[in-house]
Each structure stands twice: as structure tokens, then as C-alpha cells.
Design a protein around this ligand. Sequence first.
Ligand code: FES
Length: 106
Amino acid sequence: MSFYQKHVFVCTNRRDPQNPKGSCAQNGADEICQIFKKELADRGLRGMMRANSSGCLDQCAHGPTVVVYPEGIWYSIRTPDDAKEVIEEHLINGRPVERLTIKARK
Ligand code: FES
């Protein structure tokens, strides 16, 4: 059972700037997370859809990394416009945004 129609996790993990792995926070994840939260609130979707910040999702090279459940679709969200496109197309219209997805390694 799922409590939400869509549940979005946005990695906002921050590492030391010297760390060679980098981190989503260094690539603007805090802003991306706020966009998801604000857009869902502005559209009156609180209670139906939720966006949470998360720790490292182990896809650091693609960050800011976002995963949307229940589908389990992973995204590399580099810009505010990318975030807004995922909200409009995937969350609202049910059409995942293929060009922004992270492909699983087999
Ligand atoms: S720091 Fe975001 S996925 Fe690892």
C-alpha cells in the first residue's frame, strides 16, 4: 500500500568539496528539492503527492539525483526547468521524461 500517488525523493547529500565523489548538494540539489515541494504545494497536491529530501542515493555522478515512486524511475535533474518538466509531465500527466532518466546498469 502506498500513502501517496507519487512520492519523490531528492538527494540533497553534501560532501566535503575536496571529496572526489562530489555530491548532489554541490550541484544545486537544495534548489531542486524546494522546487518539487513548492510546486506540489502550489498545485494543491499536498496529501496526494510528496517530495522529500534524502541522503545519498548512490548515483552521485548523475546528481542532483531524484527517484519517483511507485514507478521507481530515476532522474538526473540538472536545472529548475528539468524539475518543472518532471512535475508537469511525470507527476501530473503520468508520462515519465525519458531524456532525464538514469538508466540502470545490467
Ligand atoms: S550524493 Fe546524491 S546520489 Fe550520492
